[in-house]
Design a protein around this ligand. Structure first.
Ligand SMILES: *[C@@H]1O[C@H](CO)[C@@H](O)[C@H](O)[C@H]1NC(C)=O
Length: 155
C-alpha cells in the first residue's frame, strides 16, 4: 500500500466513523413503546438531530406507531390503520428539523394511556452536551484507525 493511499483510507475512516455516530434513540429505553409510560419525561433530557434514528420496540398485536401532526397529536384522532407502522420494531430516521409527533393508534392508548411522543429535531451536528461525548469517541476512534493503518503500512 502506498503512503498516499494509506492516508486517504485513514481520512475516509475518520469521516465514516463520525457519520456512524448519529444516535439511535430507543423510545422508552428497555420499556419500549407501551402504555402508561411518560414519553414526555423520556424525551425531556434528550437531544434529537437530523440523521438520528428513533427506534420503536413494541408488541405489534397491541400497539402501532402513527406519525401525526400537532393537531392529531392533541386530539388523538388518526389516519386509517394501514398507514401505521406495525412491525414491532420500527426504525424511523429523522430527516428534517422541527417538531415530530408519534402516537399509538390502538384503542385509547393515545388519549388515555400516554402513548404519545413529541420531539424537537435539531439540525445535524450543532453543538450540544451529548454530541460532544460522541465527537470525543469518534476522534479517539479516528486516531486509533490512523495509527493502525500507519503501523500496518510502515512495519
Ligand atoms: C410526564 O412528565 C412530564 C415532565 O416531567 C410532566 O410534566 C407530566 O405531568 C407527566 N405526565 C404524567 C401523566 O404524569
Amino acid at each position: 500500500m502506498t503512503y498516499s493511499r494509506a492516508i486517504y483510507l485513514a481520512i475516509s475512516m475518520v469521516l465514516l466513523s463520525s457519520v456512524a455516530m448519529a444516535a439511535d434513540h430507543v423510545v422508552g429505553d428497555e420499556k419500549g413503546w407501551t402504555v402508561d409510560f411518560n414519553y414526555t419525561q423520556w424525551a425531556q433530557d434528550k437531544v434529537f438531530r437530523v440523521g438520528d434514528n428513533l427506534v420503536f420496540n413494541y408488541d405489534n398485536t397491541k400497539h402501532n406507531v402513527f406519525k401525526v401532526d400537532g393537531k392529531l397529536f392533541q386530539s388523538c384522532t388518526f389516519p386509517s390503520e394501514n398507514e401505521a407502522l406495525s412491525t414491532g420494531k420500527d426504525v424511523i430516521q429523522l430527516k428534517t428539523e422541527g417538531r415530530k409527533w408519534y402516537v399509538c393508534g390502538k384503542a385509547n392508548h393515545c388519549a388515555a394511556r400516554q402513548m404519545k411522543l413529541v420531539i424537537n429535531v435539531l439540525e445535524e451536528g450543532a453543538p450540544s452536551p451529548s454530541s460532544s461525548a460522541h465527537s470525543i469517541v469518534s476522534s479517539i476512534f479516528g486516531v486509533i484507525m490512523v495509527a493502525t493503518i500507519a503501523i500496518a503500512t510502515f512495519f
